[in-house]
Design a protein. Structure first.
Ligand code: TMP
Length: 248
């Protein structure tokens, strides 16, 4: 199966589409227990109310996320990543996704600033982990660990593993971004279960799913430029790719 997009033919061997999200499509992969993820240029915000295109975003997010997933794997984090297929396509392990978005916050920003009436930028003495139930119809509501276990989304042991992994990933990403002049303000992770029952990092880590501020100027280098109509969106994504690709 081939697919033609504005960026050219995406030729990886794919089966049936199993899922279409706001920023990616997922297909059955060439081997059992694999999926092919295809990154789109589509951008949405506020649960899909605001829509647009960020030209080249799919290529950039695929590259950034794969570099970060490979880095995390070298540091002992189990992930879904298997290999790069093309500039927008990645082969991943098929996981059963835990329907929870895990947000780790190093500083107050975004919905935390709004919910608690705090200014953006305040550094937290230690990272705060939050869970949001992945449900578009409900607008991804904030939930707690009790909701996650009592509603059967994950076991207590899995929640503990997710929390430990999320904090470790935060430390490792901090070590990656600090020498690249980027403050990692907050980020969102997703996890899933592999066929052996192990918890692995899934989804992506990119300017769509993190707040990246230039460490010196505080300039936003992430999707907040799109969400808040700040301009310079494509330039910010390109700048983040440049910094991620730098040997630091
Ligand atoms: P928030 O401050 O809006 O809750 O966002 C926290 C982090 O999660 C931020 O880095 C952006 C990311 N995020 C997503 O990846 N997907 C989403 O749907 C939302 C709302 C936030």
């Amino acid at each position: 199966m081939t697919e033609t997009t504005g960026a050219g033919v995406q030729g990886a061997d794919k089966g049936q589409m199993v899922y279409e999200g706001k920023a990616k499509r997922v297909y059955e992969g060439p081997q059992p227990d694999t999926y092919v993820v295809v990154y789109k240029d589509d951008a949405t915000a506020f649960n899909g109310e605001k829509r647009g295109t960020i030209v080249g975003k799919g290529v950039i997010n695929n590259r950034i996320s794969n570099i970060l997933f490979r880095y995390l794997e070298t540091k002992g984090i189990p992930t879904h990543y298997l290999k790069d297929l093309s500039e927008r396509e990645t082969l991943v392990r098929a996981l059963t996704i835990v329907p929870v978005e895990v947000v780790v916050r190093n500083r107050v920003a975004g919905s935390m600033a709004k919910r608690l009436g705090l200014p953006e930028g305040q550094v937290l003495p230690y990272p705060v982990v939050e869970f949001y139930y992945k449900n578009d119809a409900l607008g991804d509501p904030l939930v707690n660990e009790g909701h996650v276990t009592a509603l059967g989304w994950a076991s207590r042991a899995e929640v503990a593993a997710i929390q430990t992994l999320a904090l470790r990933i935060g430390e490792l990403l901090g070590q990656f971004f600090t020498p690249r002049g980027v403050a990692l303000v907050d980020f969102k992770l997703e996890f899933g279960r592999d066929s052996a029952g192990g918890i692995r990092l899934a989804d992506e880590i990119s300017p769509d799913t993190c707040r990246f501020w230039d460490a010196t100027s505080g300039e936003k280098l992430d999707k907040d430029r799109f969400r808040r109509d700040l301009g310079g969106v494509e330039e910010a994504y390109a700048e983040m790719l440049r910094r991620v690709e730098v040997q630091a």
